[in-house]
Write a protein that binds this ligand. Structure first.
Ligand code: G3P
Ligand code: MG
Length: 235
């Protein structure tokens, strides 16, 4: 089964926000993604001292003017760092306030040991205030943490992240009750795509930036992509 373009539009997910145009995982990047027309925004979240911080790497050097491991710095110090163009490392709550339902939010759990519970608590507060469930997705490569999230907040959609091809193809996503398989472009086997679709799952592919690869993904019938350049995939 492949995607029927007239039935379901190709979903464009701004990876780490519109990170081709603004410092990744910052409010500026997320706002940029929205302004470019991305349907969804993806961000990476780490739990630290009770705060949910947007940060992909475990270390600070690549994306901030800080040094060392995020986990080794006090929260107040992390919040004083420059994450690019004068941006602060944002919290999940700041992100949700900024986005304010203007796009779907895919929150990727990068840490464990309580991250699932902390994210579930925050998202439930926003859902209670009117954020629609179909504009939320929680994902992770850490499947036990994702399983824990599922146990705590079964009403919030989840996506299984894969950077490989499991022996049972898309089976783990069904087992977890996920709505989608979010798979690396390096491992997009047609059989994995077909199996996911046969099981009623969406398939979103990361991170697809080159126009030729975007066209290839569309031709293969994937349901959407994560891209740093949303404008290349829209239209
Ligand atoms: O969620 C898709 C993608 O963000 C997963 O990989 O390393 O960019 O977080 P990474
Ligand atoms: Mg990510």
């Amino acid at each position: 089964m492949s995607r029927n373009p007239s039935a379901s539009p190709f979903t464009v997910i701004a990876h780490r926000g519109g990170s081709g145009h603004a410092p990744e995982n910052t409010l500026l990047a997320l706002d940029t993604g929205i302004k470019m027309g991305a349907h969804w925004l993806e961000c990476d979240v780490q739990l630290h001292e009770g705060a949910l911080l947007l940060m992909h790497d475990l270390r600070l050097e690549r994306t901030t003017n800080g040094k060392g491991r995020l986990a080794d710095l006090p929260l107040a110090e992390l919040r004083r760092l420059d994450a690019g163009k004068g941006q602060q490392i944002p919290t999940l709550e700041e992100v949700l306030d900024l986005v304010d339902q203007r796009a779907g939010m895919n929150i990727e759990l990068k840490t464990w040991n309580g991250t699932a519970a902390a994210v579930a608590k925050v998202l439930r507060e926003y859902v209670a205030q009117g954020w629609p469930l179909d504009k939320l997705m929680v994902s992770s490569f850490h499947l036990p943490e994702l399983y824990e999230f599922r146990q705590i907040a079964p009403e919030i959609p989840i996506g299984v992240l894969l950077c490989g091809v499991p022996l049972d193809w898309a089976g783990c996503a069904v087992e977890l009750g996920a709505v989608s398989l979010n798979v690396s472009d390096e491992f997009l086997d047609e059989r994995l795509l077909a199996d996911a679709h046969a099981r009623g799952l969406k398939v979103y592919v990361y991170t697809v930036n080159h126009p030729e690869e975007i066209a290839r993904m569309k031709a293969m019938g994937v349901d959407g992509i994560f891209t740093n350049y949303p404008e290349r995939a829209l239209g």
